[in-house]
Write a protein that binds this ligand. Structure first.
Ligand code: GDP
Length: 727
């Protein structure tokens, strides 16, 4: 991550964000004339940390909704899909919009459940900044760790919001410590809670030395528009907080000045450093990833939300603060950069496709450069075809606002793009680039699906097509041999939710088979292998001859084909035929016919015949070489492994562990806190099916768990034998 150095504008200074300023009507339609007033942000968290509640409060405080919904009553604005309401989880990355003072917030909702990896990946790809919501009792939990790592990959600057300060057992200090320890980040508290647990009343701003105190009844339910302004009062720091204020402030100042040489000198010379200068330096350090500002509150109690909004404006980047996007020029295949400028050529990334019950197919776009107009003609650069841009919409969870044009840096939903999918780049007629698409993992769990009745067949096909159109980690395949339709996704829950959606949105009843994990095969050593395809039948013969080097790659390496032929030993036109054959052959591994993964195939040598060589012969030679070569590379069968975190009351710990023992689990850590025990383990995904029921009966429904696909790992010998016996 690079910063834009001293040019960073100083925004969101306290002078703007005082009480008098916020009385300005914030529920008017948004008008932003400068990019530095946009924040493309997302709330990221472990399930149940309170992300939905925080988002609701933000929408309420900024005046976009007039009543705060409650997750527990199933009335929130962001979680608008019925399943989400029932399950209390946010599944789709709905993009919504809000304004705070003169700033525009595009809020991309990220799912808390990591079974929906595609949603996390796609949103991180287009976010400029993230707010990591943590539970003040639980501290950093496993999914926050996962998402943190993903956010690192995309260089997304972050701030942390320690939520649920009102809960019994809440600790700001311990949570900050867990940020340091588990996320290996450098947290800097910019607030101090006033009271903890039921005494939690508000926050002290460590930079300005002012306090925001909420009346104990502040919640927001049923209040109108800017009623939140009655909820807080600015006050001097309460006497009981004075001592910790001094300690926390000093530690904050020291951390900030360490990131800025000028301030460091001033500080060492004993000079007073102004609040704005501290904020400016902290903003830069946050954007460069050196520091992570930490704020706190209680979303359910409606406390700490306004200061959080200020923090988002103050510390998270605008589209101008992040490095300009890079793309590949499809003509020259060279890397080019695109500036966030309306006058630059258009480059927009489609980061989500959704089917809206009212307007139909929606494509969510992040515009990186140039601007798009409603009704204009554009090019899907990735696919190489023209598309007509229909209406442009700004989404507010499940309602929408029409726009005439959308500028660089902004996010919108487009109607009318028929053949554009997640990851595609939209550009103009000339000066095109292809932006890097988000990375999606291959699905790891499959089930067979069939319609409930013959009449449902067509509807099922249509529903499967639309759902896989929306979700790149949901793949549907028809098996010609068995006549079965098989759908694959990232976990049991992911597939259950999709079947549920088919029933509700498409009115299709379907029978689903037992879930099965997707195994893979891989080589463990390199081999060099020859493939000769020679046929002499009457007149014309067939001749194709190749030498391939097969080399195992790191996990996630995919299948890489490299042409290392020199001196025209194989003419160019036959090389792509070899690649075709090779790619076909790796779909069936030597052990049990599962796809081979993580393999580099180099075409190093071969020969051809003037008359008898053909594409078919070289394709066949490629297939033969793979078939003969892979059994010699000591192949192994790989199975998907899940990360599991179970939180259980202590008295059930031994039952939980006993059950995990029967599932080939590898126990990582067991940590206790307030009578609750947290067990972290790795276990084969194939052993996790129906875990919900097993855990419920072992603990009388008092334990909870989260699970996510982690990686592939070789299957142990004894399990391999029984698997191969069945296969
Ligand atoms: P998400 O899964 O991260 O979106 O979390 P939710 O917003 O759905 O909240 C999970 C649970 O925590 C719900 O029962 C909320 O009512 C509760 N919750 C959220 N914020 C707070 C808070 O500030 N204090 C307390 N005590 N509970 C909260």
């Amino acid at each position: 991550m690079s910063t834009t150095g001293d040019k960073l504008p100083l925004v969101g200074s306290r002078a703007q964000n005082t009480m008098t300023q916020t009385t300005k009507k914030s529920n008017e339609p948004l008008k932003t004339d400068s990019l530095d007033k946009i924040r493309n942000i997302g709330f990221i968290a472990h399930i149940d940390a309170g992300k939905t509640t925080v988002t609701e409060q933000v929408l309420f405080v900024t005046g976009r909704i007039h009543r705060v919904g409650g997750v527990d009553e199933g009335t929130t604005a962001m979680d608008w899909m019925p399943q989400e309401k029932e399950r209390g989880i946010t599944i789709t990355a709905a993009a919504t919009n809000a304004s705070w003072n003169d700033y525009q917030l595009n809020i991309i909702d990220t799912p808390g459940h990591v079974d929906f990896t595609a949603e996390v990946e796609r949103s991180l790809r287009v976010l400029d900044g993230g707010i990591v919501v943590l539970d003040a009792v639980a501290g950093v939990q496993s999914q926050s760790e996962t998402v943190w790592r993903q956010a690192d990959t995309y260089d997304v600057p972050r701030i942390c919001f320690v939520n649920k300060m009102d809960r019994v057992g809440a600790s700001y200090e311990r949570t900050i410590e867990s940020i340091r320890r588990r996320l290996r980040a450098n947290p800097v508290a910019v607030q101090l809670p006033i009271g903890e647990e039921s005494e939690f009343r508000g926050v002290v701003d460590l930079i300005d030395g002012t306090a925001t105190i909420y009346p104990s009844s502040a919640k927001g339910n049923g209040q109108k528009g800017n009623a939140h302004l009655d909820r807080l009062t600015q006050a001097p720091i309460p006497p009981e907080c004075q001592e910790s204020f001094q300690t926390y402030r000093q530690s904050m100042v020291e951390k900030i000045v360490e990131t800025d040489e000028t301030l460091l000198i001033q500080y060492l010379e004993g000079e007073q450093i102004e609040g704005d200068a501290l904020r400016h330096a902290l903003r830069r350090a946050t954007i460069s990833g050196e520091l992570v500002p930490v704020l706190c509150g209680s979303a359910m109690g409606g406390k700490g939300v306004e200061p959080l909004l200020d923090g988002i404006i103050d510390y998270l980047p605008s589209p101008l603060d992040i490095p300009p996007v890079e793309g590949i020029d499809p003509r020259t295949e060279k890397t080019v950069i695109r500036l966030p400028d309306d006058d630059a050529p258009l480059a927009a990334l489609a980061f989500k496709v959704a089917t809206d019950p009212y307007v139909g197919r929606l494509v969510f776009l992040r515009i990186y450069s140039g601007k798009i107009l409603t009704g204009g003609s554009v090019t899907n650069v990735t696919k190489g075809h023209r598309e007509r841009m229909g209406r442009l919409l700004r989404m507010h969870a499940n309602s929408r606002e029409e726009l005439e044009e959308v500028s660089a840096g902004d996010i919108c939903a487009a109607v009318g793009l028929k053949d554009t999918f997640t990851g595609d780049t939209i550009g103009g007629a000339t000066e095109q680039v292809i932006l890097e698409p988000p990375k999606f993992p291959e699905p790891v769990v499959s089930v067979a699906i069939e319609p409930g009745s013959r009449a449902d067949q067509d509807k099922l096909t249509d529903a499967l097509r639309k759902l896989s159109d929306e979700d790149p980690t949901f793949v549907v395949k028809y098996n010609n041999e068995t006549g079965q339709t098989v759908m694959s996704g990232m976990g049991e829950l992911h597939l259950e939710v999709l079947v549920d959606r088919m029933r509700r949105e498409f009115n299709v009843e379907a029978h689903v088979g037992k879930p099965r994990v997707s195994y893979r095969e891989a080589l463990t050593k390199s081999v060099c292998v020859e493939g000769r395809f020679v046929r002499q039948t009457g007149g014309h013969g067939q001749f194709g001859h190749v030498w391939l080097e097969l080399e195992p790659l790191e996990q996630g390496g995919g299948i890489v084909f490299e042409n290392a032929i020199v001196g025209g030993k194989i003419p160019r036109e036959y090389i792509s035929a070899v690649e075709k054959g090779v790619r076909e052959a790796v779909n069936n591994g030597p052990l049990a016919g599962y796809p081979l993964v993580d393999l580099k195939i180099r075409l190093v040598d071969g020969s051809y015949h003037q008359v008898d060589s053909s594409e078919l012969a070289f394709r066949s030679a490629g297939i033969l070489a793979i078939r003969q070569g892979v059994p010699r590379g000591s192949p192994v069968l790989l199975e998907p492994i899940a990360n599991l975190e179970v939180v259980t009351p202590g008295e059930y710990l031994s039952d939980v562990l006993g059950d995990l023992g029967t599932r080939r689990a590898q126990i990582g850590t067991i940590e206790g806190q307030d009578r609750l025990q947290t067990v972290r383990a790795l276990l084969p995904l194939g052993e996790t099916f129906s875990y919900t029921t097993a855990l419920r009966s072992a603990t009388q429904g008092r334990a909870s768990y989260t699970m996510e696909f982690r990686h592939y790992q070789p299957v142990p010998e004894n399990v391999l034998r029984s698997l191969l016996a069945v296969a």
